[in-house]
Ligand binder design. Structure first.
Ligand code: S3P
Length: 208
């Protein structure tokens, strides 16, 4: 299942940035890196900006200062990043799984007019990917504990994620396929001067 939410923005041919959202294990970083390469836009993981600003790893912030302190740092980092995007920076951004579920963050993003893509998969698939990353790469996720909690959190956040400009299914798809579908759906990376006369005529509804 994939699709655009009703009333969502039209094609974003002029967009210079895109924000990837979704639950832990959705593939925001791997898809984001590949999408950035395809578009020639730098990739940024918001969690890394938080870690640089706070001079601590995400897991340390959670452990030593608690989730509310992490959310405060996340909001400030997002505000700083959006200022850069508003100033014209090109970027593919991956947000941590909880960021878009915070209303104040979603509102900031909406006000900045940056298109958002919700990367989705079944909760079982998301769980499997996270467990695999923990085993293979030792990735630490403070909110990854039991499957039941993981599922409850996913279900609580999903209505927020569904407010994204585009919902992209990732289950069973190769990264390149996902990247191509996102580019196509949002009309990314194509300025008006790059579009052919044929494209323009098709968009005007002319048959030839
Ligand atoms: C979080 C997800 C993590 C990270 C933090 C909180 C969440 O990012 O921001 O541990 O609330 O779901 P990923 O979604 O990249 O794992």
């Amino acid at each position: 299942m994939r699709g655009r939410k009703s009333g969502a923005m039209g094609r974003q041919s002029g967009a210079q940035a895109v924000i990837l959202i979704g639950f832990m294990g959705a593939g925001k970083s791997s898809v984001g890196r590949a999408l950035g390469e395809r578009l020639g836009w730098p990739f940024e993981d918001l969690d890394e900006r938080i870690e640089r600003r706070e001079r601590r790893k995400v897991a340390e912030i959670f452990r030593d200062s608690g989730e509310p302190e992490f959310r405060r740092g996340e909001h400030e980092a997002l505000r700083e990043l959006l200022n850069e995007l508003n100033a014209g920076a090109e970027r593919v951004v991956a947000l941590g799984g909880g960021a878009f579920a915070q209303q104040r963050n979603a509102r900031l993003i909406e006000a900045a007019g940056v298109p958002t893509v919700f990367l989705d998969a079944s909760v079982e698939e998301l769980w499997r990917r996270c467990r695999q990353q923990a085993l293979l790469h030792g990735s630490e996720r403070p909110l990854l504990n039991r499957l039941e909690n993981f599922r409850d959190l996913y279900e609580a956040r999903r209505p927020h994620y569904l407010k994204a400009s585009w919902q992209q299914e990732t289950g069973g798809k190769a990264i390149e396929e996902i990247v191509a579908e996102v580019i196509q759906a949002l009309g990314l990376g194509r300025s008006d001067k790059d579009r052919s006369d044929k494209d323009r005529s098709r968009e005007r509804g002319e048959t030839r």
